[in-house]
Ligand binder design. Structure first.
Ligand SMILES: Cc1ncc(C[n+]2csc(CCOP(=O)(O)OP(=O)(O)O)c2C)c(N)n1
Length: 659
């Protein structure tokens, strides 16, 4: 192998050697422990260390790296304490995730590392987010993210590269091309010849390097980083390498032809570099022995410390609490009595505008939200006031933009991501439920992201512009979900959501945008998240609902004068106000849970079950759900009206009253 040391000093080369030796020695030790049953399986980086190490050593220590499952060398090169790393591998509380996630699934802001989630691809956009935050702060920093050749088949790869290119983000996309994705060879993974072919299609410079040559990796990343710090843009580096062990330490290597191992063992990145340094007299056998001894001691001590720590004791309170970044919401009252009649849609704009003024770190992202003002005109005029940097038109890349939201949080930014229609959130689902929602629980990194969700049916817009999908998110711990029904709440809850450092799904019913108006405070104010509102008080029946359901219930009350209803507007669906539910059940003893979402698996089921479990003695009749039909949302108006629960409501109410 040809090592071109260029102008690098002996000390620099020695530092690289020490750095590449450490992950190799750790893994060799772990293989012994695995055979003794003392560690669980992991994903070996043996044969690929030059990439992790060369890349990590080339960057400044406060530049973020986003490694994947074969990048032990990133953690060791960033001097992550080995005892903590081993504790992480062993599921100990003293690891990086308090025993909640495994192997390399963690980040450490102290070390400027954001670890992966299993899904691989979502990691790439998080790097975009970190880079965007740095770019907005004019920090002249680079972010480096890894992908395997297999993971690069995911749509997330395309989205992340595309957005990085369009926005000129200083990201190095490091593709470790080791020829296989688990057992699948590249010939069954993709049709192009080299990853460098992909760069031009995205408008990105692309380089191919020998991924087993640590000097080449180090030098290439250094130069690329230097260049894009000064002139921000993404660069794709394809590092050609080979995985010398199985996908993980249980899967074996039978599917890999033996001659490939014979070819690549000659290019072992540690052995070849060591030989080069000995030949060049940069390293003597004596120094080599003492370096090995030093690393060995470090490993043994760390193993001892980690091993001595007991497995975690589960504490339910702590587990539940850590799903969220703590916030004691102080409800803010408007500073003056000034009020103006506002439509629902204007109330949303109001909140966004005032929160943009309040939080200079807040960035809005969404399709067509800049000059065009968004398809519902919520952000009309915002570009003029806040500029294109903070009011960002995005490509059609829901997943990437949501991942960018998480990356921005890592660097202290807030983001609001507008879904053009709530239906399209399915294209970014994984980022929300796997990345944003779980990040704080896993490693303490909050996701300060509000996702605005223009939702609901009634406008004959068919199955893909009308869905109520709030239940998808209410089922996901780590998220908050709010759903206002009035202009007052729309403004107050959006302000509260933007204040909250946790990921909040904010549902806004499209039919309410221009149909309801109300005098609301001109000043900034917030509404408490998790607090329901009794919008009408009655004696005979409780209708527990939210969103459009509140308006249906009110309308029915006007029509039915022989009975009076408590109408409880939940406003927040996660968390939801159990106290208020209990109070209204205690008052009337008869309950309808009403929502526009379809019946099966809807939130009504959860609320009804809770009432049955906790308020059974207060009930005078069966808790009854009224919801949409269990079908997709149909297009044609007569079909849509039959789908929606509104016209079934009266009959159900009468049945409960007469029970
Ligand atoms: C979305 C998703 N699909 C499937 C998997 C299972 N899986 C984990 S790693 C892997 C292969 C990845 O190959 P590559 O990206 O080339 O990385 P390598 O393992 O070769 O380093 C697969 C299929 C996964 N983790 N996530």
């Amino acid at each position: 192998m040809n090592f071109n040391r260029k102008e690098y000093t002996d000390d620099e080369l020695l530092a690289l050697y020490k750095a590449i030796l450490k992950p190799r020695m750790i893994e060799e030790r772990m293989l012994v422990l695995l055979r003794q049953g003392k560690v669980s399986k992991w994903f070996s980086g043996i044969g690929q260390e030059a990439i992790s190490v060369g890349a990590a050593m080339a960057l400044e220590s406060d530049e973020y790296i986003l490694p994947l499952h074969r990048n032990l060398g990133v953690f060791t090169s960033r001097q992550v304490p080995l005892d903590k790393l081993f504790a992480q591998f062993q599921g100990k509380k003293t690891g990086f995730t308090k025993g909640r996630d495994r192997s390399f699934h963690f980040g450490s802001n102290e070390h400027h590392i954001v670890g992966m989630i299993s899904h691989l691809g979502p990691q790439l956009a998080v790097a975009d987010g970190i880079a965007l935050a740095d770019l907005l702060e004019q920090k002249e920093k680079v972010t480096l993210v890894f992908s395997g050749d297999g993971g690069a088949s995911e749509g997330d790869f395309h989205e992340a590269l595309n957005v990085a290119a369009v926005w000129g983000l200083p990201v190095i996309f490091m593709i470790e091309n080791n020829g296989y994705g688990l057992s699948t060879p590249n010939s069954e993974q993709f049709k192009f010849r080299h990853f460098t072919d992909k760069g031009p299609a995205y408008g990105i410079d692309a380089l191919q390097i020998d991924g087993n040559n640590v000097v080449e990796v180090f030098d290439t990343v250094r130069q690329a980083a230097d260049s894009i710090r000064k002139s921000p843009r993404p660069i794709l580096i394809e590092a050609v390498t080979f995985r010398m062990r199985g996908h993980e330490e249980a899967s074996g290597t039978k599917y890999v032809p033996q001659e490939l191992f014979e070819k690549w063992v000659k290019k072992d990145p540690v052995v070849t570099f060591e030989k080069y340094l000995l030949d060049e007299l940069v390293l003597t056998q004596k120094t080599l022995d003492s370096i090995r001894e030093e690393i060995k001691q470090e490993i043994e001590q760390a193993l001892e410390t980690a091993g001595a720590t007991p497995l975690p004791e589960a504490d339910q309170q702590e587990e539940l609490a850590d799903m969220y970044k703590p916030i004691e919401q102080q409800v803010i009252q408007p500073a003056t009595d000034a009020r103006t009649e506002k439509r629902f849609v204007d109330a949303i704009s109001d909140a966004l505008r005032q929160s943009m003024e309040r939080y200079p770190e807040l960035v809005l992202m969404g399709q067509d939200i800049a000059e065009y003002g968004g398809v519902f005109k919520v952000t009309e005029g915002f570009v003029e006031t806040f500029g294109k940097e903070r009011v960002r038109n995005t490509p059609l890349c829901e997943s990437a933009i949501l991942g960018i939201g998480l990356g921005m949080s890592v660097r202290g930014k807030k983001s609001m991501v507008e879904m053009q229609f709530a239906d399209f959130v399915s294209s970014g689902f994984s980022q929300i439920i796997n990345n944003l929602a779980k990040s704080h629980y896993r490693w303490g990194q909050h996701a300060d992201v509000v996702v605005r969700m223009p939702t609901g049916a009634g406008a004959a817009a068919g199955p893909f512009h009308s869905q109520s999908n709030e239940a998808w998110f209410v089922h996901t711990p780590g998220l908050k979900v709010v759903y206002p029904s009035s202009p007052y709440d729309a403004k107050g809850l959006l302000n509260a959501a933007l204040e909250d450092p946790n990921p909040v799904m904010y549902f806004e019913h499209k039919l309410l945008y221009r149909a309801v108006s109300q005098e609301i405070p001109d000043d900034y104010y917030t509404v408490e998240i998790g607090k329901a509102n009794l919008v009408a008080s009655g004696d005979d029946l409780s209708i527990i609902t939210y969103g459009m359901g509140v308006h249906w219930a009110k309308q029915l009350q006007q029509e039915m004068t022989d009975a009076t209803f408590d109408i409880l507007d939940l406003r927040s669906l996660l968390p939801w106000d159990k106290e208020a539910v209990r109070a209204t059940v205690a008052k009337t003893g008869r309950v309808i849970v009403l929502h526009e979402d379809t019946l099966t698996g809807g939130i009504g089921g959860e609320i009804a079950a809770w009432i049955a479990e906790n308020c059974f003695e207060l009930l005078d009749g069966p808790v009854t759900r009224v919801a949409s039909l269990d079908t997709a949302v149909p297009f044609s108006p007569p079909l849509e009206q039959e789908f929606l629960p509104k016209q079934r409501l009266r009959q159900k109410v009468e049945a409960v009253l007469n029970f």
